[in-house]
Design a protein around this ligand. Structure first.
Ligand code: XMP
Length: 319
């Protein structure tokens, strides 16, 4: 079925309609969803809880690929909103599946498979739920239909019958709208600014920001670099910003000796909808200070780059 975009909504009416739809679709059954902390999954969690109350179980799957303190922050934010979120530890499973993989698409496909089939499928079977609520939005649909990448969210657009392969039915209340409208709905739901104004973060997490093999040590390193980049760039008004860890060592100098170290690439995007983008114009002094901070605080980094390529041909994330 071809999905049609809705370009304008009355957020209040949209919310009422989606709550009614989720309610009638799920009936008396149980539903389940995962929350990443991003605006899409946050809105779906809120709509789902309004529609189903206790019959919706919300999980945060800690893949080990999230930003600093993200699991704790997500749980406490939702607790304040009256929604209980259960954390599932999945770091070991994810890291052992990723061991030795270097190909970007293979890494993404592995994360998708482990996330859905191994972890989510098991949760569903144990919970007795038959329905999964997902935060797929219209931009996700377009990118997957265009064959730009394997995206975790859009199983059905990939031609996968989720009921058969993953044993449950997917409900996607936001599939016809793009992120700016999702943010509008989020505000109308009276969710905090930390959620409705949060920059996008990819479902495969920091794995999308590591070239080459993904190991826990490399994730720790890129997490720290992302924390610094976010601190420096959150006030710029840029669409999205990130630190990416390169694969090969580059040569630096330490105490007068040649010293092989890590290279970090910074991207900071000006964009409306993530379909295209240009590098955000950043002040040279700010760039230099950010680089100094990364070199000083992220062990082993000897080089910091700022990427000046447009999307296309580049993508927003590195993987
Ligand atoms: P790319 O890297 O494809 O990213 O130019 C476009 C936008 O989508 C985000 N992104 C993802 N979001 N699951 C998501 O939910 C994913 O697998 C994924 N990959 C990229 C990216 O951060 C940007 O906002």
């Amino acid at each position: 079925m071809k999905i049609k975009e809705i370009k304008d909504i009355n957020p209040g009416q949209f919310i009422d309609q989606k709550i009614r739809e989720i309610h009638s679709f799920v009936g008396d059954a149980l539903a389940i969803n995962t929350l990443s902390g991003g605006v899409d999954s946050a809105v779906v969690t809120m709509l789902g809880h309004r529609a189903l109350g206790e019959r919706l179980k919300t999980f945060f799957i800690d893949t080990g690929l999230m930003r600093k303190d993200e699991p704790q922050q997500v749980v406490s934010t939702f607790k304040k909103l009256g929604i209980q979120v259960q954390v599932v530890q999945a770091q070991d499973q994810i890291f052992s599946a990723l061991k030795g993989l270097r190909d970007p698409e293979e890494k993404r496909a592995t994360i998708t498979h482990i996330f859905y089939k191994e972890i989510f499928g098991k949760l569903i079977r144990e919970s007795g739920a038959k329905f999964l609520l997902q935060g797929t939005n219209y931009t996700d649909v377009e990118e997957i239909v265009a064959g730009l990448k394997h995206q975790q969210k859009v199983l059905e657009q990939l031609g996968i019958d989720s009921e058969e392969v993953y044993e449950y039915k997917v409900i996607e209340p936001l599939i016809q709208i793009r992120k700016p409208l999702v943010r509008k709905v989020c505000r109308t739901l009276a969710m905090p600014a930390a959620i409705h104004s949060r920059p996008s973060f990819p479902a495969p997490g920091l794995a999308a920001r590591i070239l080459g093999e993904i190991t826990p040590d490399k994730v720790d390193l890129v997490r720290e670099a992302n924390r610094i980049v976010e601190t420096f760039l959150s006030a710029t008004g840029a669409f999205q910003y990130m630190a990416i860890l390169h694969n090969d060592w580059v040569t630096g100098v330490k105490k007068g000796k040649r010293y092989p170290g890590w290279q970090i690439e910074i991207r900071c995007w000006d964009s409306k909808d993530a379909l295209s983008g240009v590098p955000f114009k950043l002040n040279q002094t700010l760039l230099l200070e950010m680089s100094d901070k990364i070199i000083a605080e992220v062990p082993g980094v000897v080089s910091v780059l700022y990427n000046i390529t447009r999307k296309p041909p580049l993508t927003i994330e590195a993987v």
